[in-house]
Design a protein around this ligand. Structure first.
Ligand code: COA
Length: 259
C-alpha cells in the first residue's frame, strides 16, 4: 500500500492492513509526517474493499512513546487542522475493525489511541502511561471522557492527574486491552483476531462496529475537539516548556515557580 513516510510501514495480507510504527531510535515517537501518513493510510483503507481489518503495532520493543516532544517544543500544532487531529479523526471514524499489538512503551497517544481501537493485545513488556499533566498538558483524544466511563472516576483521576504508569495486566483489568500475552505473541494474537474478523461477513462487521459506538460517537468527537483546543494552548505554556526541556535535559521538571 502507498505511503509517503519511511517511518510508517504498511502492507496488506489476507485483507488485513498492517500499519507499523518504525522509528525505534526515538521509541517510535510520532512526528507530524508520521501522523499524516497514518491518516492517509486509514482514509484510503476505509474505502478499499481489499482491506477488511487493520493491525497497528510498533517495532523493536516499543509501541510508541507518543508525540515527539521535540516537534511539540518546536511549535508543531495539534489543533483541529493539524496532522495529529487528522490521524485522530481517521481512526475515530474508521469503519472497519482495528486491532493493536502493544510491546514496550505506549505513552500519551500510544495509550489513548487504544480507546478507539476495537481490540488490543498487550505483551508482558507493555508499559502504558498518559503523562499529560506531568508534561504541563491536558488529556487528549477524549481520554477525559472515555476513561471515567471505562474505569470509574477515581481510577481515571489517578491515571490522568498522576500520569501513573501501568502494565499489561492492569490494562486488561481496566478494559483497555483484551489480553496480556507473552511479549513475543502480541503481534501474532492481534493478526489472528484481525484475520478472523476479515473473514467474517464484512457488512455485518461494519454495522456491528458502528452500533457498538453509536451511543458515544457524537459526544466523543465533541470532546476530542474541545480537548484539542486546550491542548494547543497548553503547548504554548511555560509549564509545558519546563517539562519538555527537563525531559530533553534528562532531569526532573521543576514546577515550583508556577502559580
Ligand atoms: N519525543 C522525542 N524523543 C523521545 C520521545 C518522545 N516522545 N520518547 C523518547 N525519546 C527519545 C529519548 O529522548 C532518547 O533519546 P536519546 O537517545 O537521544 O537520549 C531516545 O528516544 C530513547 O528514549 P529513552 O528515554 O532513553 O528510552 P527508555 O526506554 O528509557 O524510556 C520512554 C522510554 C518512552 C518511557 C521514555 O523515553 C519517555 O518517557 N518518553 C517521553 C514520553 C512522552 O512524554 N511522550 C509525550 C506524551 S504527550
Amino acid at each position: 500500500m502507498k505511503n509517503s513516510c519511511a517511518e510508517i510501514q504498511a502492507q496488506v495480507a489476507e485483507r488485513v492492513l498492517e500499519i507499523t510504527i518504525n522509528r525505534p531510535q526515538r521509541k517510535n515517537a510520532l512526528t507530524m509526517a508520521m501522523y499524516s501518513a497514518m491518516a492517509e493510510l486509514l482514509n484510503s483503507a476505509a474505502g478499499d474493499a481489499e482491506v477488511r481489518a487493520v493491525v497497528i503495532s510498533g517495532t523493536q520493543g516499543a509501541f510508541t512513546s507518543g508525540n515527539d516532544l521535540t516537534d511539540f517544543l518546536g511549535g508543531s500544532a495539534s489543533g483541529t487542522e493539524s496532522p495529529v487531529f487528522q490521524f485522530m479523526a481517521a481512526l475515530y471514524d474508521f469503519p472497519k475493525p482495528v486491532v493493536a499489538a502493544i510491546n514496550g512503551p505506549a505513552v500519551g497517544i500510544g495509550t489513548t489511541m487504544l480507546l478507539h481501537c476495537d481490540m488490543a493485545f498487550a505483551g508482558s513488556d507493555a508499559m502504558f502511561q498518559m503523562p499529560f499533566v506531568n508534561l504541563g498538558l491536558c488529556p487528549e483524544y477524549a481520554s477525559s471522557y472515555f476513561l471515567p466511563r471505562m474505569v470509574g472516576h477515581a481510577k481515571a483521576s489517578e491515571l490522568l492527574l498522576l500520569g501513573k504508569r501501568f502494565g499489561a495486566d492492569e490494562a486488561v483489568a481496566m478494559g483497555i486491552c483484551n489480553a496480556a500475552v507473552p511479549a513475543d505473541e502480541a503481534l501474532d494474537r492481534a493478526r489472528a483476531a484481525a484475520t478472523e474478523m476479515a473473514g467474517r461477513a464484512p457488512e455485518a462487521v461494519r454495522l456491528t462496529k458502528q452500533l457498538l459506538r453509536r451511543g458515544t460517537r457524537a459526544t466523543g468527537m465533541e470532546v476530542i475537539r474541545n480537548e484539542a483546543g486546550h491542548f494547543q494552548e497548553r503547548l504554548a505554556s511555560e509549564e509545558f516548556r519546563e517539562a519538555a526541556t527537563a525531559f530533553m535535559e534528562k532531569r526532573p521538571a521543576d514546577f515550583s515557580r508556577f502559580e
